[in-house]
Design a protein around this ligand. Sequence first.
Ligand code: SAH
Ligand code: SF4
Ligand code: F3S
Length: 461
Amino acid sequence: MKDLIREKYIPLESLTERSADTVEPDRKLYVETYGCQMNYADTEIVNGIMGKNGYDITENINESAIILLNTCSIRENAEYKVYQRLNELKKYKKKNPALVVGIIGCMAERLKSGLLSKKSVVDLVLGPDEYRKLPSLIDNLIDNGEKGMAVRLSRVETYEDIMPIRKEGIAAWISVMRGCDKFCSYCVVPFTRGRERSRELEGVAKEIQQLWLDGFRDVTLLGQNVNSYKSGDNDFADLLRTCAIAAPEMRIRFTTSHPQDLSLKLIETIAEFENLCNYIHLPVQSGSNRILDLMKREYTVEHYLSIMDSIKKIIPDVSLSTDIITGFCTETEEEHRMTLDLMKEVEYDGAYMFKYSPREKTKAWSMEDDIDEMTKTRRLVEIVELQRDISEKKNLLTVGKNFEIIIEGISKKSDKMLFGRTDGNKTVIIPKNGTPAGSKVSVHVTKANSATLFGEIVHDN
Ligand code: SAH
Ligand code: SF4
Ligand code: F3S
C-alpha cells in the first residue's frame, strides 16, 4: 500500500476493470448500511458488483480490508450518525493503515469532496449511480495511493444487469425505479438520487421468479415514487400484475407511493390478486392544506382522504401506514392539530414520524426554520402517542381472528418463539414448533399490543 494521503481525483477512463482472477483471495469487503430500504437494496447491488470482481463479502468488520458506509442524508441526524461512526473507524485504520474506508450513497452524493479532507479517514466517495466504478477506484487507491471520488448522477443507471448478493432469508427487496422528480420542498432525495428512471418489466418479473426458487417468500418492490414507474407502455400497476402472475405464491409489496398520482387502476390491481399484499404506505406528511402547499406536495387533505376512501372501499381489509413531518416551517398549533385529526380520521395501522430537519439546496432551506426544538419535540411526542393508541386499538381488533402468516424466523425477544408477518405487514409471534422459515401457516391471534400480535398456529397449509 502506498501513500493514501494524497488527494487527487483520477480520470476514470484510465481505470481498468479488475477481474476476479487478479484479486488476492483475502480481500474482504464489509458494508454497513444506513437509511431507507433502497439503500439496503443498493448494498446488495454493491456486494454483487464487488463479488463479481473477486471480493469476498464479510459481516465481520474485524476481518475486512475494505469498509464501506452506505449513507443517508434525509435528516441532519442521519448524517450525524455517520460522522460518529467515521470517528470510531479511526481506531480500525490505526490498527491497519492499509484499511480502505469508503463513503457511498446519499451523503457521498451530497457532500462530495467535502468528505475527503486531508485529515479524513475516508479514502473513497461514491454516489448512488457510480457503484460500477468501485473496483477500479479501489485498485487505483491501492496501486497509486490516490483517494477516489465518483459522484455523477445518471439518467439511465438502474443496475439492471447486476445480480445482487442477498443474505439468505424470506423477505427480499428489488429497486424497480431510482431517483425522484417530485422535489418536495423539504426533501434532499431528488438531489442525492437524481432523476427518475425504471428497470424493465421483464427483468423485474424474472428476478421475482428467481427469488421464489431461491426460497424467498415476500418481496418488496422499491422506489422513491413507484407511481412514476414506466417500462415501455407499462405503468406500475402493469408491473404489479405481471409480477403477481409470474410468481403467484410470492407475497408482493411495494413502497413508496405518492398520493398525487396513486391510480384507481393500481388499487384495483391490488384487490384483484391474492398475492399482492393488502398493505399501502401512503405518506401524508401533514393534515394542513397550507403546510402541504408549502411542502410542495401537490395534493390537498381532501384529495388524500378521497384516495383513502377508495382504498378502504376497494380493499376492505387493507392495512395503511404513512409518514408525517412535524414542526415544518411556520406550522401553527392549529395546523398541528389538523394532523392529529387526520390521523384519527384515517386510523393508520402504523406511521413513521419525524421532526422537520432543514436540508441544504431544498426549497425549504430558504424558509425560516421557526418552530423551536422544544415545540417540535412536543408535537412529535403527541403524534407518536396518538399513533400508538390507534395502532393498539387496530391490533386489538385482530384478537380472536385467524390470519395467514409467513414464518420468517426465530423471534428476536425469545428463542422459544417464531415470528412472521401478515399480508397487512403486522408482526405475529407464535410458539416455536418446528415449522420451518418460509412456511405459510394459519394463526389464531390471542393477544396484541400496539406493535405486535401474539397467536397460535391453527393448522399448516
Ligand atoms: N419517497 C418517499 C419517502 C422519502 S423519505 C415519499 O415521498 O414518501 C421518507 C420520509 O422522510 C418522508 O416521507 C418524510 O416524511 C421524511 N422526510 C424527508 N425529508 C425530511 C426532512 N427534511 N425532515 C424531516 N423528515 C423528512
Ligand atoms: Fe422526497 Fe418527495 Fe421525492 Fe418522496 S416524493 S423522495 S418526499 S421529494
Ligand atoms: Fe436516506 Fe437516501 Fe434513502 S437520503 S432515505 S438513503 S434515498
